[in-house]
Write a protein that binds this ligand. Structure first.
Ligand code: ZN
Ligand code: ZN
Ligand code: ZN
Length: 377
């Protein structure tokens, strides 16, 4: 659990960044931004709940009266609560006197996840104001994970490691992908996750589809499975991929030479890109390290996605390890490193770990072996 003092520090830093950026108010919607700043994980609703952070005022949480008790119970830090009744205008309550006086148009930063229905009401309430995404002020804070966040990411990673190891122990042959996916979800919860968000079980030709939905296909001996699973533990995400080959106990059904070559390339690409994740390295450079190895192996055009994505309170967040992102990665950034090769109609390989960029180099959170899992049953 994140200690309470972190929330007060985050709110103070956000106010400082907002002041420096000339932002009059940050309108923080229900979702990961609100959870990051206050610990309050609220349901997104048509009734407005919103944290307002203005540079020179104490933060205020605007909530419908019927949500007040829930908000009070969930808040991890001291913010004033302002409630609104069904017949009141919560948008005016949230804005207060922001944008009503002064010569320059106000600048309001709104959460990237704010519903359009709410944003349109804010825009109507302050027609002269300029609106910007809150990620412009929040991204720097959220990208750099503190020790408590890294600890939660590590616990989530280790729990997912145990699930992968258990699934890879079999039996797998003769089961459907959805049956294996169901077991993955159950085991993620057993191992401390509150939510199991995804369980990609791509067997045989389905392993060549990076985001394959588990299907009724029956797993057969003599084919690979790409297993990509994750969920959240105390709000923080896990995300791991391992590649399995099922033999059914007959060595004649082992991985063919072409597959072993693909696997070797992905393994090398994954290891080399991980080793490149030092502070100051441009994000796109880490991607290029992996891509260069797979291209040199003649499979560049079958590595059809970016190398990785940031992870934290959201499963996919900044920074993205992708060509075109020249921003350097920094100590505290947490992201996936997940190269893959996908031969459509035939099979695919992916290996994925969650990595934290440490001051003294990369820290790999996952500990499950990265070799090809060759499974008998
Ligand atoms: Zn993905
Ligand atoms: Zn994944
Ligand atoms: Zn991922």
């Amino acid at each position: 659990m994140i200690p309470a003092h972190r929330y007060a520090e985050r709110l103070a830093r956000l106010a400082a960044v907002a002041r420096a950026g000339g932002v009059d108010a940050v309108l923080v919607a229900v979702g990961p931004d609100l959870e990051y700043l206050t610990g309050y994980r609220a349901m997104p609703l048509e009734r407005l709940t919103m944290l307002v952070v203005a540079p020179d005022e104490a933060p205020v949480l605007v909530v419908p009266r019927l949500e007040r008790a829930a908000a009070e119970a969930a808040l991890r830090t001291d913010v004033r609560i302002a409630t609104w009744d069904e017949t009141e205008d919560p948008y005016e309550l949230a804005l207060g006197d922001v944008g009503t006086g002064g010569a320059a148009p106000s600048l309001l930063a709104v959460s990237d996840r704010l519903w359009a229905s709410h944003l349109l009401r804010f825009q109507a309430a302050r027609p002269g104001a300029r609106f910007a995404p809150a990620s412009s002020v929040l991204r720097e804070l959220r990208m750099v994970k503190d020790e408590d966040e890294i600890d939660l990411l590590r616990r989530a990673a280790h729990a997912a490691d145990r699930v992968v190891t258990r699934i890879a122990a079999g039996p797998l042959v003769g089961r459907t992908e959805v049956d294996v996916a169901r077991e993955v979800r159950e085991r993620l919860i057993e191992n401390g996750h509150q939510e199991a968000h995804f369980a990609i079980v791509g067997s045989g030709p389905n392993s060549a589809s990076p985001h394959h939905e588990a299907s009724e296909r029956v797993i057969r001996a003599g084919e690979p499975i790409v297993l990509d699973i994750g969920g959240t533990l105390d709000g923080y995400g896990s995300d791991i991929t391992r590649t399995i080959w099922v033999t059914g106990g007959d060595p004649a059904n082992g991985p063919d030479e072409a597959f072993q070559r693909l696997f070797g390339l992905v393994r090398e690409a994954q290891a080399s890109a991980t080793a490149a994740a030092w502070p100051g390295t441009p994000a796109e450079q880490v991607d290029a390290v992996a891509r260069g190895i797979i291209e040199a192996g003649g499979h560049g055009r079958y590595f059809i996605h970016r190398l990785g994505h940031g992870i934290g309170l959201e499963g996919h967040e900044e920074p993205y390890l992708v060509a075109g992102n020249s921003e350097p990665i920094e100590a505290g950034h947490a992201f996936s490193i997940e190269p893959g090769i996908y031969l459509e109609g035939r099979y695919g390989v992916r290996i994925e770990d969650i990595v934290v960029c440490g001051r003294d180099g990369p820290i790999v959170l996952n500990e499950a072996p990265r070799e090809l899992y060759v499974v008998d049953g």
